[in-house]
Write a protein that binds this ligand. Structure first.
Ligand code: 9MR
Length: 563
């Protein structure tokens, strides 16, 4: 379109399902009506009334809602408001989110360490291999008799965590669980979902091929005593370079209880998933279960080995810490996954989750016990009739959280659950929106009550443009989408467009990057929901990370699977 879209109209810039909910937000307008027009020749096809104005405290805006859910004809459109102008273009069609859903999963391929990405799969973002990680040094904090400080291990593959090149076990925990859970929740859909990745021609679903890239790395992070190194990293963040030019020495550091328990949970879940692929991957499922049990046992013997980065020296380490001073939820999660995979009720007793359910929250990297609830709900047939799990109590807790979110979706000015609570806006706030969406999908799967699905779609709308910044936060999707993520390959590759399918962290009033982005933070960023800068300096609002992409992958694909 030749005319510039108005920044005052916020909507999902990808689009809507013919029979699905459709809402746009219009900021600061006296208009009372809106219309939908064809994108090409601006022919009016629908007109409607704007809602009354509501204040949105998180952005300081006065907003009206334009609800055009009853308009269902497939096509390419814009929304028009007299006095305000035209929206970004959007589509109405079946499978409207399939392309971003696939791209967000393909983004993990672009994060692969230790391999070249040929043009055949990576297009213009083809690159040479980086980080072979075949001679990773043991940091003195991780030294043992057999592996003294300075000796080396091989720990290749894995995904880069984020815009940096670290590989962090804790953050791989929730990420892997989210992708595995998508597969366990929607097996048929995920088996049919094809990605343009090198393993596409084998008989394993592509989502599992992609997770295997990271799983193989994780498996190499377990020491023979069962403990798992907290992370693999250079001592300091590498300057903005492409992977093949980022050659700082890599280290593995201290084993930690949190990393070991996250590892135990992921390998237990992976063991039951790959049990289905025994012929293709002989021995893998059994090895994973042994590794999981060993990790869990180590954690029981080292229940408080917290990662404390400040204590590390020779060298000191300054990369992402992922430190977590409370590992009770990691214990609950690991024990529950082991219970589900083995059927051994001793693990469930040790998880002791049922006394504690009211404290369970939307998952995030340091807060993982709700992942155990999801797994219990989806694997119910494994312990039916055994009287071990009070599944009603589990279900009640998930539905209580979902009811609150669905209610917010009705009452909030932006008509979405995301952002109603102040605490939603923290570092990586977009993952909060996506993880709320996953909770709502779980509630929908349990009840088939459409209010949960609609609220989940509302958060997807939020991420793709119906938010106070006006950005679609998924690179490559939406006319006004994130263009300059804090992401070393995108920054340093000399290609104009960022690597596609990456989810920006999103608004973060903490503004921890203010130093480097100083004069870019202005008046308009003063609110929690507007504290976002599409510049690569903004590592606190515009970095990407695997634990943010994964819930987007889940949400977008689950919604596609359910249509
Ligand atoms: O997502 C992490 C966030 O919760 C923390 O507040 C922040 C500061 O410790 O770190 C974030 O994770 C970063 C990690 O430490 C290093 N790789 C990039 C991650 C995303 O910014």
């Amino acid at each position: 379109s030749s005319e510039k879209a108005s920044a005052e109209i916020r909507l999902n810039q990808v689009g809507f399902y013919p029979e699905g909910p459709k809402t746009a937000i219009v900021v600061d307008t006296n208009a009372e009506n809106f219309s939908i027009q064809t994108k090409g020749n601006r022919e009016e096809v629908f007109s409607g009334k704007l809602s009354s104005a509501k204040k949105w405290p998180h952005s300081g805006e006065l907003v009206k809602q334009a609800d055009f859910s009853s308009f269902s004809s497939p096509g390419n459109y814009v929304l028009y408001v007299p006095g305000t102008g035209y929206s970004h273009p959007f589509k109405i069609e079946q499978n409207v989110h399939l392309a971003p859903a696939k791209a967000s999963l393909k983004a993990f391929y672009f994060q692969r360490a230790s391999t070249a990405l040929p043009e055949e799969y990576a297009g213009q973002w083809a690159r040479k291999a980086g980080h072979p990680d075949d001679k990773v040094k043991i940091h003195n904090s991780a030294a043992t008799k057999n592996l003294p400080a300075g000796s080396t291990i091989s720990s290749p593959k894995g995904w880069y965590d984020a815009g940096d090149y670290g590989k962090y076990v804790v953050n791989s925990g929730i990420t892997m669980a989210t992708l595995f859970s998508l597969y366990e929740d929607f097996p048929q859909y995920m088996k049919n979902l094809e990605l343009n990745i090198p393993e596409n021609n084998n008989t394993i679903p592509d989502i599992l091929d992609e997770t295997l890239w990271n799983l193989r790395w994780m498996m190499s992070m377990q020491h023979e005593d069962g403990g798992v190194y907290h992370k693999l990293t250079s001592a300091n963040f590498h300057p903005m370079s492409i992977p093949s030019e980022a050659k700082l020495q890599r280290w593995v550091v201290q084993k930690s209880t949190a990393a070991t328990l996250d590892f135990a949970a992921v390998t237990a879940q992976a063991s039951r998933i790959f049990n289905e692929y025994k012929e293709e991957l002989p021995g893998l499922s059994d090895s994973l279960l042994v590794m999981s049990k060993n990790a869990y046992q180590w954690a029981k013997e080292h229940p408080e080995q917290y990662y404390n980065q400040r204590e590390l020296k020779d060298p000191a380490v300054s990369t992402g810490a992922y430190g977590d001073g409370n590992v009770e939820d990691e214990f609950q999660w690991a024990a529950t996954e082991l219970f589900i995979t083995t059927g051994n009720k001793k693990y469930y007793e040790e998880a002791s989750i049922e006394e504690d359910l009211d404290s369970f929250q939307i998952p995030s990297w340091p807060n993982v016990n709700t992942l155990a609830l999801y797994s219990l709900l989806r694997n119910q047939e494994k312990y039916q009739g055994e009287n071990i799990v009070n599944i009603d109590a589990i279900e009640r807790r998930v539905l209580a959280m979902a009811d609150e979110l669905a209610e917010y979706s009705q009452t909030s000015a932006y008509a979405a659950p995301m952002g109603v609570k102040d605490s939603d806006f923290a570092w990586g706030s977009n993952s909060q929106a996506a993880n709320q969406g996953i909770l709502l999908i779980n509630a929908y799967s349990l009840t088939k009550n459409k209010k949960y699905l609609d609220a989940a779609i509302a958060n997807l709308d939020y991420l793709l443009g119906r938010n106070a910044t006006g950005y679609s936060f998924l690179t490559g999707y939406g006319e006004k989408s994130t263009k300059h993520p804090h992401h070393r390959p995108s920054e340093a590759d000399g290609i104009e467009d960022p690597v596609p399918g990456l989810l920006a962290g999103g608004p973060n009033p903490g503004q921890q990057d203010k130093g480097g982005c100083e004069n870019l933070y202005t008046e308009k960023h003063q609110y929690p929901a507007t504290s976002y800068i599409d510049e690569s300096c903004s590592y606190a609002s515009n970095e990407i990370a695997i634990n943010w992409n994964a819930p987007f992958v889940y949400l977008a694909n689950a919604i596609e699977a359910l249509r």
